[in-house]
Design a protein around this ligand. Structure first.
Ligand code: ADP
Ligand code: MG
Length: 613
């Protein structure tokens, strides 16, 4: 007796549904994608009880006639591709022809659809995959899908659903993705009969972000430098250095309009933010990649959440570069704020002279400076900078003492100074830590410790790149073996490692010998260090500085050598610190991604004091 049987159509659909319809949010995703593919300009979404009891998606797209509406519920029925060749150049979000039959097989399902020029529309009711009703319906042009009692006939699936709140949040996140990815379309979302958002047809991504997340976030985003190559176009907005989140929820990535999750891109983004991001934190990105449809395979995940790139390296390099350039170029904006002339002493820009009258006259600068200088007599040489905690004393001492040499004694660096000196006025130091200053834009607070870390870090990195790192002999040389792939990597990067101060050489097949390590590193176990280095660098980009490894080492050591809170600095030293900071490549965060300065604009102050609404 034959044991193999063809599955009945409804069972096959339910099995397939397992892949496509994981939870209510996946239903919403598929339905909204269909609406987008149908050319909708307006999509309304209503859900109740986390979508488990009710979901409804209404669009004003092209609609379907009765035959198509019936066909759309068949498995493998799609209007979007006709051949395997079409798969190479999919321009629509859907193409698998699986969503509608899958959803209909695990719910109580109702579809109404009408083409714009048709006299009447069609209504189809399906229960658990079985078509119960097909009739004419007088709906508005477009398509409406209602899904009730999801998984009512698949109890095993229902058990995997989370709380209504969690499922609602998943739906909302999914809708954010769609709304950000398609800012030209109007979206309305109501949950349990309460309006959550109503997004107008907008033209720009920035408008859409403002509508969804507010002005405060938008103000902290930078438009991505368009480093388009022939292969890839990158656009969108990303968080400025120092802006981070606890989760990846606001790390949005779109490939050809499709929201995707990609470990490759996540790693590239992280790499692009290197030293501009706190450990364990995630950047905010609204990253849009456009590439030739043939260069990306979208048919690797049943829910089309992942993609495969034909040339992953090129994609990674392009993203890293674009982010690095964007973060670095935003420095110009900052510097602009320190370039404009300060408001003259005796009256600020926004105060009329009558308002100033009667108040005490503002403090003259020289007076303030004198007073300031008296407060901190301790010179910087007495501070812990240049201590000997494991870092090569020569390297760090040279750098940190230069950092604070008075401007005219300063000779070690040949970096071009900006022609116009930054304009700022130091008001004082709060809590022996925060430097208060005024610039053209308003009040600036600088964390002197974080600022010094950034300055030391960039200076050490520059030296390392120019001169290499002095290394220190180990008492006993160490040998160690590595898996073949890692051994390969070491062999290819041998010369870079040596420049980094790591004395490493071949010592038999897949075996290496280390006899010296960078002097400024406080490690003794060379083999362990190498394993960690390989792990770190395998995920790093080829394009970033080959001395990227050194960056991590330096970042972890500068902290101990930077001026601390409670180290009183003299006026000149503070001024020098600020000047040096403004000269840095990434002045607004320390090498660990914490902010170095906070600007409170005049406009913000005026608002807070009720001078302006
Ligand atoms: P796919 O989107 O992969 O083609 P679906 O099962 O999601 O598969 O949909 C099947 C077909 O039904 C689509 O190809 C499309 O022609 C039609 N369709 C689905 N939803 C809509 C809609 N909202 N408006 C117009 N046509 C739709
Ligand atoms: Mg679809």
């Amino acid at each position: 007796m034959s044991r193999i049987r063809l599955l009945p159509e409804t069972v096959a659909s339910q099995v397939a549904a397992g892949e496509v319809v994981e939870r209510p949010a996946s239903v919403v995703k598929e339905l909204v994608e269909n609406s987008i593919d149908a050319g909708a300009r307006k999509i309304d979404i209503f859900v109740r009880r986390g979508g488990i009891s009710y979901m409804r998606v209404i669009d004003d797209g092209c609609g379907m006639d009765r035959d198509d509406a019936l066909l759309s519920l068949e498995r493998h029925a799609t209007s979007k591709i006709r051949s395997v060749a079409d798969l190479e150049a999919v321009g629509t979000l859907g193409f698998r022809g699986e969503a509608l039959p899958s959803i209909a097989s695990v719910s109580r399902f109702r579809l109404t659809s009408r083409e714009s020029n048709a006299v009447a529309g069609t209504e189809i009711i399906v229960n658990g995959g079985k078509i119960d009703v097909v009739r004419d319906a007088g709906e508005a042009p477009g398509t409406q899908v209602e899904v009730r009692s999801l998984f009512y006939n698949v109890p095993a699936r229902r058990k995997f659903l989370r709380s209504e709140n969690t499922e609602s949040r998943n739906i909302e996140h999914q809708l954010h993705l769609q709304a950000i990815g398609h800012s030209q379309i109007a979206f309305t979302f109501a949950r349990d009969d309460r309006l959550v958002f109503q997004l107008p047809t907008s033209t720009t991504l920035a408008d859409r972000i403002r509508d969804l997340y507010g002005n405060q976030l938008l103000d902290q985003l930078l438009p991505l430098n368009d480093s388009s190559s022939t292969q890839i176009r990158i656009s969108g907005l990303i968080g400025q250095a120092g802006l981070s989140r606890q989760t990846r929820a606001q790390q949005l990535v779109f490939v050809n309009g499709r929201a995707i999750e990609s470990p490759l891109i996540t790693a590239a983004v992280r790499e692009g933010y290197h030293t501009a991001l706190m450990k364990g934190q995630y950047p905010v990105t609204f990253l849009f990649l456009e590439l030739d449809p043939g260069a990306v395979d979208v048919n690797v995940h049943p829910a089309k959440r992942e993609v495969r790139f034909r040339d992953p390296n090129a994609i990674r390099e392009a993203i890293v570069l674009s982010i690095q350039e964007t973060l670095a170029s935003s420095r110009a904006d900052w510097q602009e704020k320190f370039r404009a002339p300060l408001p003259t002493v005796g009256g600020t820009t926004s105060m009329s002279s009558s308002e100033v009258k009667g108040g005490s006259p503002p403090c003259e600068l020289p007076e303030l400076e004198r007073e300031f200088a008296l407060r901190g007599q301790r010179s910087i040489e007495g501070s812990p900078i240049g201590g000997t905690t494991g870092v090569h004393p020569e390297l760090v001492e040279r750098v940190s003492s230069q950092t604070f040499a008075a401007p005219d004694e300063f000779g070690g660096r040949d970096r071009a100074r900006p022609s116009t000196q930054p304009q700022f006025q130091i008001i004082g130091v709060l809590n022996k830590l925060y430097v208060l200053m005024e610039n053209a834009d308003g009040l600036v607070l600088v964390d002197q410790h974080a600022a010094h870390e950034r300055i030391l870090f960039e200076e050490l990195r520059r030296r390392m790149e120019e001169q290499g790192v002095p290394s220190q002999k180990l008492l006993i040389a160490q040998t160690f073996e590595l898996p073949p792939r890692d051994a390969d990597w070491i062999e290819q990067n041998m010369s870079i490692l040596q420049k980094m101060g790591i004395g490493i050489e071949n010592f038999g097949p897949n075996t290496f010998k280390i006899d010296s390590l960078p002097g400024f590193l406080n490690v003794t176990d060379g083999a362990q260090l190498m394993r960690k280095v390989i792990d770190d660098l395998k995920s790093a980009s080829d394009r970033s500085s080959p001395l990227r490894l050194g960056e991590d080492m330096i970042a972890s050591t500068v902290c101990r050598h930077a001026v601390k809170a409670n180290d009183p600095l003299r006026y000149l030293e503070v001024e020098k610190l600020i000047q040096d900071l403004l000269d840095c490549e990434l002045p607004y965060c320390c090498p660990h991604g914490r902010p170095t300065m906070i600007q409170i604009s005049n406009a913000e102050l005026e608002k807070k004091f009720g001078r302006k609404v």
